[in-house]
Write a protein that binds this ligand. Structure first.
Ligand code: PSU
Ligand code: MN
Length: 311
């Protein structure tokens, strides 16, 4: 197979040279670095995710915008710089042009990362939890759901973030024709918790099964992503009963303080970390690493089947 890395014909994209010779690739997002985690855990996590991807036989490509350029794969110095920036932009799909014309830097969301990764030909992506439909105070539906609807990639996550309206998020994913895969589970994981009481649309139990499903889906001409949802282990999870109160309180505070739009998710995540004495952040870090590992395994299985086909 030829190297999957390719570039759109413009100068707003730049690919880290170190990526070129290596296969298979796993895209990693960077809003989790710039907005999702505090310092210094953000940089440690970014490095750990890259390490876990490498340990599992794949090459990580962390995606971000630096000085107005969309970057596919960062050097360690660039990761460090991104993790240290203050008041940096959270870049979803509509924000790229703003960041480019202003020569700004920022972290790309799930939707933003999917856009850039797909442009570069990367098929597998690991994140923590996707954005989705917020509880109705003001209408707030993450672009992540739209990106999942129109970008053919495999996105590994721990479900949608538990701060969302999960039944509404699943309904929306169904409307958008996104297969919601339970990885070794029949239940949609609720980010911190293994259980949500909500079903997935299909269960798959190995990286090879995920790859077979993805090929069947795309060979039909479907354009949507596969959302592969991996729950935390029973040892790592925070049971629903234990976190529900803190989630309700964080949401109430956001409402009272008038927090909405892009700052809402970062506010809720940070507030939850405070309310749980760091426990939610530990679970968040654990699930990000688990997802990096599974994404690397899927990327390897995908490369193997592609190579078999080419022979
Ligand atoms: N997963 C995490 N932490 C995060 C995110 C995902 O463990 O901070 C980020 C992703 O970048 C996702 C974003 O796209 O949160 C969702 O933001 P919003 O709800 O505003 O679309
Ligand atoms: Mn939103």
């Amino acid at each position: 197979m030829t190297n999957p890395i390719s570039l759109p014909h413009n100068t707003t994209f730049a690919i880290n040279r170190a990526l070129r010779p290596s296969l298979p690739l796993v895209a990693l997002e960077s809003t989790v670095i710039t907005h999702g985690l505090p310092r210094p855990q953000n940089l440690a996590l970014a490095r750990d995710m890259e390490r876990v991807v490498r340990e599992n036989g794949a090459t990580p490509a962390t995606i971000a915008v630096l000085d107005g350029k969309i970057r596919i794969g960062l050097t360690d110095a660039e990761l460090e710089r991104l993790a240290s920036l203050d008041n940096v932009r959270k870049i979803s799909r509509r924000d790229f042009a703003t960041a480019i014309v202003r020569k700004e830097s920022g972290g790309t969301t799930v939707a933003g990362t999917m856009f850039a990764a797909h442009q570069a030909g990367i098929k597998v992506f690991a994140t923590g939890g996707i954005g989705g439909v917020h509880e109705v105070v003001t209408l707030d539906i993450s672009t992540d759901v739209q990106a999942l609807a129109d970008t053919p990639m495999i996105v590994v996550c721990a479900g949608a973030k538990a701060i969302l309206d999960l039944p509404a998020t699943l309904e929306y994913l169904e409307t958008m024709a996104v297969p919601v895969i339970g990885y070794q589970t029949d239940e949609f994981p609720a980010f911190y918790s293994r259980q949500s009481g909500l079903p997935v649309s299909a269960r798959l139990d190995s990286p090879e099964e995920v790859v077979r499903f993805a090929k069947a889906h795309w060979e039909l001409g479907m354009k949507s992503a596969l959302l592969v949802c991996q729950p935390l282990s029973p040892e790592e999870e925070i049971p629903r009963e234990k976190i529900d109160g803190a989630i309700a309180r964080a949401r109430r505070e956001a409402h009272e303080q008038g927090v909405h739009g892009q700052p809402l998710t970062p506010f809720l995540l940070a507030r939850l970390a405070e309310l749980t004495g760091g426990e939610s952040m530990r679970a968040n870090l654990a699930l990000l690493l688990n997802n990096a590992k599974l994404a690397a395994q899927i990327a390897c299985a995908l490369t193997t089947t592609d190579q078999q086909k080419a022979i």
